[in-house]
Write a protein that binds this ligand. Sequence first.
Ligand code: ITT
Length: 190
Amino acid sequence: MTDQIMFVTGNLHKVAEAAAICAPRGIVIVQNDCGYPELQDDDVARVAEYGAEHVVSRLGCAVIVEDTGLYIDALNGFPGPYAAYVYDTIGNAGILALMRDIDGGDNRRATFRSVIGYCEPGVAATTFEGIATGTIAHEERGEGGFGYDPIFEIDGVAFSLMGDDAKNNVSHRAKSFEKFAEWFIRRGMA
Ligand code: ITT
């Protein structure tokens, strides 16, 4: 059986990663780029919930949105839920500059947190979370991926150098979409 779900995002990389997880499970991801206001909140789950509920009230059909935060231990969790703003302002070079004096290993630990908000008309949003823990590299690596991929490494390999399949074996987004897909399929069968 094939089912489909509308994913409201302006980020085509997210759509490709989500589709690679969902398609083998019989769920077709349909992108919608209509946008939504991003709540300023410390918790990406609340940002995803609010975004999903806002979009449903506008479109009147079931949707998902996904919000990602990046939490760098040595910077007390910065940029956290403000990852998009920080990427657009200081970018990867700015993060590396802030961390210039921090040595390797655990001192450079960072966590990506992806939260999907699913919502349908008349029902409160449900959320699904995935996390990936790694380290911030000392320099940008590779050309692949998007966003912070060139500076985020797991076991010494940057997301930008992994290729799509390998990133989808370990990433925060793969985990949140696996949880969502499992729930969505079970729910369809109920
Ligand atoms: P939306 O339209 O879905 O909001 P976005 O790119 O603005 O797309 P987010 O706000 O969730 O998405 O992303 C926060 C920032 O983190 C943004 O700069 C992304 O490029 C970056 N980011 C998100 N997921 C990432 C990943 O898997 N690898 C590297 N950077 C990522």
